[in-house]
Every structure is written in structure tokens, then in C-alpha cells.
Design a protein around this ligand. Structure first.
Ligand code: NAD
Length: 355
């Protein structure tokens, strides 16, 4: 029996396929715009400049200083260039850092955003923006933040380094795992979540062996779209709270932190959310927490928080912060169990349901 539910899906236009970067010019016009400021990180500047050259007078310029955690100072510099050049939309070419900058601009001036997503993090399909000022990260959710158009071109991900492909893919899977037991889940978000995990489960081992495999790159990007979509639609729980705690207070890197913690947080919640997680567990022949840990290990993903430079002495403080104002979670968030979970993840051990 289908239980009662409510659902609001985020309206976004999705264009998917090899070579679809070519669609940017038409999509700028489709938004009623004519001059785009192209955004990227310094690392992807050459790609942004090449895109600007192809766009010709539809490009107002390139701003290639996007940075992790969307610093407000960087947004202000980009806004100044946006205004000086008479831009009327942005094209964000990159992963979550670049997409965050596009969102921060749109949050301030409501300009249309076209995103060309090149990692699996999923930010392109959420109305959520995290930005930092004076070392403090704040998160806002607003309709103006959701990009209007998302282009997924697997060819642009062929050069995403294998290590980042793996951690970014596990980051995407973490959105779907939490969507399966979300308080506000519905039958469609659960279908999307399982299919997203399935696609990444199939694609990532192929990418590790053959990074330039176009079909696997397409499959991974398709999975990341599904995982990002559920992140933008339903509430997240313990796993995302722990990742925000470690990233926010101890500066651990985003995708790696997700990759290391997801088997442990899954095992913690699997103790009470077994039925919700079963369709995903079936993809890994057994418990989902253990299955994800073995999957990550076999892909060569980092397994221990220690390897990210987190000190063992910090685990008490991390547990204290994580249990303060917890997000809704299917299993009560108890300090001692969370401390044990963190110890296990710090050491790189197999996950256990006790912590
Ligand atoms: P990222 O955007 O920081 O990218 C990491 C590096 O990889 C950058 O130098 C980038 O230029 C490079 N890169 C990206 N794509 C590449 C490609 N295809 N080939 C070669 N190099 C490439 O990493 P990320 O994990 O995508 O994003 C992390 C950030 O996104 C965090 O700040 C996180 O908080 C945010 N995020 C936000 C949301 C949201 O909904 N608001 C969701 C997920 C992540």
C-alpha cells in the first residue's frame, strides 16, 4: 500500500548527452538572455575560456576564481565583473565550487543560471547554497538558487581524476542513501535514489579501470543527476550532519569525508531503517553499510578519517558538535554511539551497527 505523501519536485531543464556542451548558446537564448558570464575554478579556466570563444558575443567574459565553500569575497568580485560587463546570465562550468558561485550570484540578482556539471556532487539540481564569510559557513535555501538549466555532457568528465571520480560518486550515493529513509520521502524519490545508487555501482568500477570509458562516464553522470535530485527534494539526516560538522569545524575535504562516512552512517541507521534501505542493500548482496564499505575499499577510496588529517583528539569535540541540533534521523542520535561511529571511521575499520 502506498502511504500518504506530498511532493514538490524542483523545476529545472535537464539536457543530457555526449557533446551537449554545444547546447549552451541555445540555452542562453532560451532563458531570454544574451550575454553570459562564464564561471570556473582556476583549474578549469582553459575550458571556460574555450567555451567563451565558442560563444563569441554571447559571452560577457570569464571569471575563473571560484573556490571551495563559496567565499562571499569571491562572490563580490564576480558580481562586480558581472555588472561591469553587462552580463545578463551566468554559465557555471564545473563542480560544486563553481556551481556554488553561480548560485550565490543568482541569489543576489536572480539572474538565470545555466550549469554545465562536471563532477558527481549534485549541487546543480538543488535550491541550496552554502557560503562562507569570516570563517563561518551559512546555508540558505531559496527558489532563486536553483539553476534553470543543467547540461550533463559525459565527455567533459573523461578527465575527472579517478580518485575524485570515486569520492565524488560516493558523495552522490550518500544523498540517495539518506533519501531512502528521509521523513519526507515518497515512492518516486525512492525509485530515483535506488536507480542512482545502481548506476554509480555499475559505473565506478569501470571508471577506475578505464577512466576514459564514455559509456561508464555517462552512467555515472546519470546516477549523479538522480542522487542530486533527491538531495534537492527531501531532507537529509545524520550522515550529512556529520559531514557538515567535520567539514565546517575541522576543514576535512568534502567528497572524501562523505566517501569515508557513508558506510558507517548507513550501518548506524540500517539497524532501524532496514526495510527502507533493502532495495539498495540488494544491489550489494547483503547489508548496505558493509556493502558500501567493501565497494569503496575495492575502488581504492580513502577509508579512514585519520588519513584526512583529523586528529584522534578531535573526535570528542566532533561528537559533541554533531549531536547538538541534530537533523531529523530515523535512529536517535546518541552521543556515545556517534563517538564510537567516529572512532571506527577514524581508524578505517568495517562499519558496525552499534556505532
Ligand atoms: P569542486 O567543485 O570543488 O571541484 C574540485 C576540483 O576538481 C576543482 O579544481 C575543479 O575545477 C576540478 N574539476 C571539476 N570537474 C572536473 C573535471 N571534469 N575534470 C577535471 N577537473 C575537474 O568539487 P565538488 O565535490 O564537485 O564540490 C564540492 C563543493 O560543492 C563543496 O563546497 C560542497 O559544499 C558543495 N556542494 C553543494 C551542494 C548543494 O546542494 N549546495 C551539493 C553538493 C556539494
Amino acid at each position: 500500500m502506498v502511504a500518504s505523501f506530498q511532493s514538490t519536485f524542483n523545476p529545472a531543464r535537464i539536457i543530457f548527452g555526449p557533446g551537449k556542451l554545444d547546447a549552451v548558446a541555445d540555452e542562453i537564448a532560451g532563458q531570454g538572455a544574451s550575454r553570459a558570464l562564464i564561471l570556473s575554478t582556476p583549474f578549469q579556466k582553459a575550458d571556460a575560456v574555450a567555451l567563451a570563444e565558442v560563444l563569441g558575443d554571447k559571452a560577457a567574459g570569464v571569471f575563473a576564481d571560484a573556490a571551495m565553500h563559496t567565499p562571499v569575497k569571491v562572490t563580490e568580485q564576480a558580481m562586480a565583473q558581472y555588472n561591469e560587463t553587462g552580463a545578463d546570465c551566468v554559465v557555471a562550468l564545473g563542480g560544486g565550487s563553481t556551481i556554488g558561485l553561480g548560485k550565490a550570484i543568482a541569489y543576489r540578482n536572480d539572474c538565470p543560471q545555466i550549469v554545465v556539471a562536471t563532477t558527481y556532487a549534485g549541487s546543480e539540481v538543488t535550491p541550496i547554497l552554502g557560503q562562507t564569510e569570516d570563517g563561518i559557513k551559512t546555508t540558505v535555501r531559496d527558489a532563486s538558487i536553483l539553476p534553470e538549466v543543467v547540461i550533463y555532457d559525459p565527455l567533459l568528465t573523461l578527465g575527472l581524476p579517478v580518485g575524485m571520480s570515486v569520492t565524488s560518486g560516493l558523495n552522490a550515493m550518500a544523498h540517495s542513501v539518506e533519501a531512502l529513509y528521509a521523513k519526507d520521502k515518497n515512492p518516486v524519490t525512492s525509485l530515483m535514489a535506488v536507480e542512482g545508487i545502481r548506476a554509480l555501482r555499475d559505473a565506478l568500477p569501470v571508471i577506475v579501470k578505464t577512466p576514459e570509458d564514455e559509456a561508464a562516464r555517462g552512467e555515472a553522470l546519470y546516477g549523479s543527476w538522480l542522487c542530486g535530485s533527491v538531495l534537492g527534494t527531501v531532507g537529509m539526516s545524520l550522515h550529512h550532519k556529520l559531514c557538515h560538522t567535520l567539514g565546517g569545524s575541522f576543514d576535512t575535504p568534502h567528497a572524501e569525508t562523505h566517501a569515508i562516512l557513508i558506510p558507517h552512517t548507513t550501518a548506524y541507521n540500517e539497524a532501524v531503517a532496514k526495510a527502507d534501505l533493502q532495495p539498495a542493500a540488494d544491489l550489494f548482496d547483503g547489508d548496505l553499510g558493509t556493502g558500501l564499505w567493501e565497494f569503496a575499499r575495492d575502488l581504492g577510496a580513502p577509508l579512514s578519517l585519520r588519513d584526512l588529517g583529523l586528529a584522534e583528539d578531535d573526535l570528542d569535540k566532533a561528537a559533541d558538535i554533531a549531536v547538538k541540533n541534530p537533523y531529523w534521523n530515523p535512529r536517535p542520535v546518541e552521543r556515545e554511539a556517534i563517538r564510537a561511529l567516529l572512532q571506527n571511521a577514524w581508524a578505517g575499520n568495517r562499519p558496525t551497527s552499534g556505532g
